[in-house]
Design a binder for this molecule. Sequence first.
Ligand code: ADP
Ligand code: MG
Length: 701
Amino acid sequence: MLEMFLTPKSVAVIGAAREPGKLGYGVITNILNCGYTGKVYPVNPKADEILGLPCYHSVVDIPGEVDLAVIVIPNKFVPQTMEECGKKGVKGAVIITAGFREAGPDGIKLERQVMDLARQYGVRVVGPNCLGVISTYTPLNASFAAGMPPKGAIAFMSQSGALCTAILDWALAKEIGFSHFVSLGNKADVNEIDLLQGWEDDEHSRVVIVYMEGIGDGPKLMEVARRVSQKKPIIAVKSGNTAAGSRAVSSHTGSLAGSEKAYEAAFNQAGILRASSIEQLFDYSLAFAYQPALKGNNIAIVTNAGGPGIMATDALETGGMKLATLQPETVEFLRQGLPAAANIYNPVDVIGDALADRYTHALKGVLDDKNVDGVIVILTPQVYTQIEATAEVVARLAAEHDKPVLGCFMGELKVAPGIKILNQHNIPNYSFPERAVGAMRAMYQYCKRLQRPAPQYERFEADQERVRQVFERVRSEGRLSLGDAESREVMEAYGMHIPRSVLAKTVDEAVAAADDIGYPVVMKIASPDILHKSDIGGVKVNVRDAEQVRDLFDLLIYRGRRYMENAQIWGVQVQEMVPKGKECIIGMNRDPQFGPLLMFGLGGIYVEVLKDVTFRVAPVSHQEATEMIDEIRSYHLLRGVRGEKPSDLKAIAEYIQRVSQLVTDLPEIVEMDINPLMVNEAGKGVVAVDFRFVLSQQSIK
Ligand code: ADP
Ligand code: MG
């Protein structure tokens, strides 16, 4: 669907120039020099011939069809040119010209004008304000980049054009190949989602990599990435922070969430691997582009140096990977071929004086071992080390096995010829063990992604209509924040267990409620203005008798008033005291990019301090809910430590999904928290003790 950009049969260069130094010259020479076999039409009102080709004064004068127009003219002429492209029936336009949205209000207007015309005529647009598009297999270099990368398996897209030029230059030096190289610029039309779809079934692209600063349609990106990542890895660097909106947060979840958490959660759910730097982006992509897929978590290390071997081992273990346990036959095989001082267990240390033959023996041993899924070969240049011969061996043995082998030839000057040989044989080399392990770990994440079962979304019986009515009532009173009775109705409508609770406006009402509920009870100040009641001493647990109820009623009201003179105070809530359990939190904050961001974690009054929480974009599947529980640091507390019984993890997972359903069914909830969710031991369920809901400004039907 983007073939007009990637494999056009004819290209017009609007603004083609004869004078070196002009962008229009750079673009046309790139197209002419890259081996492009389609038709090329220079367009320039002031020339009749450019670089030996007939030059047209307008795109409409071109005799044949035009698939792609590359536009390199001053910004103010672009609208008219777009109109002409439209009339000509041009299918796609790469607008290299800058001075649009990125340049302020006038530019925004100009961009809108251009895009209105493009849409009117059905012209797809890459850019404006971009470096252009390169497709190595076509081949086509419709950019003003200095050079054309070799063919390769990496499809690259970037929001930053300047970054593209730097990466191209670096890739040329390292002989890194690309299938496509697209600079997206302002993304007025074609964006990451389009290219992901365009590359989904592209046979040349084994891995898709993305540099992005922000995205438009988060849910759509997730939907497409979920699908594409089943077929090939997607790796992204996301930089910059998107405005999280100016809404004041009024929940624990709101204060702990944020766009960074949303990206992290969404990428993870959609199967997009996240790199934290450009360096990592390429570290990972080279492994995916050149090596067979990793099929498990058991890694072998072969090294001629103890220290780096240990560093690699540490990095593996902290990264959640395993050092493979070699089979006894392998250990025996290694014992026979290696000197007595060598370490024949993983990490296999062939020691400092190893020549290529020892590497051959060790590598053969571990690669043949069915307990080994992938291998990292570390080499430090010592006096006798046969750097090139060892590289040859690594290349040969790697080619004979269907397992990823990553190089870690450490150093610079001496190892350079070895690294060159590795690269020629598609073995990526990493200058340090941590980087090699990082790449292996990315492969493992992708392996897990492929093994992840299709998500299953459970639906619980719920009374949506009742919740809508509650919301209407709240809005009709000019509020966005739900009161206690209203929140309770919502919780009940979604089948969540809550303690008995009565709002008492007077001391006598409080005593009557406590008598009715049965002692001990819990008393809490009830006020829409008091967010965290314990902070002001507004919660009393274990209230034993009527006399205490009387004393505390006045005290709680007094504390409420002292906290905020004109606080609206509804009274005191008298509540059934639920048995002590583990306190968790489930909440949601609506993210401007991705929508409902669910949070689960260790709850209670210290959530903001401990920050032991994790996020997912709703709806969450059963498996994702379970993963959330597994992910928090306090997971072991929930599992039960020191003879404690395990907590009811099943009930937690169920409540996460119930909340997920609630916030998906009712998009007008912008924020909510259940804190604490009191979790009892396995089989005894959970109780939602304290909760709050905030609605959107506008009601959403
Ligand atoms: P806030 O979060 O506004 O401070 P909570 O209602 O969450 O107020 O109460 C604070 C703490 O008091 C809870 O984390 C919990 O430990 C305890 N608590 C509150 N209500 C109950 C209850 N009904 N039963 C048992 N403990 C409770
Ligand atoms: Mg609370």
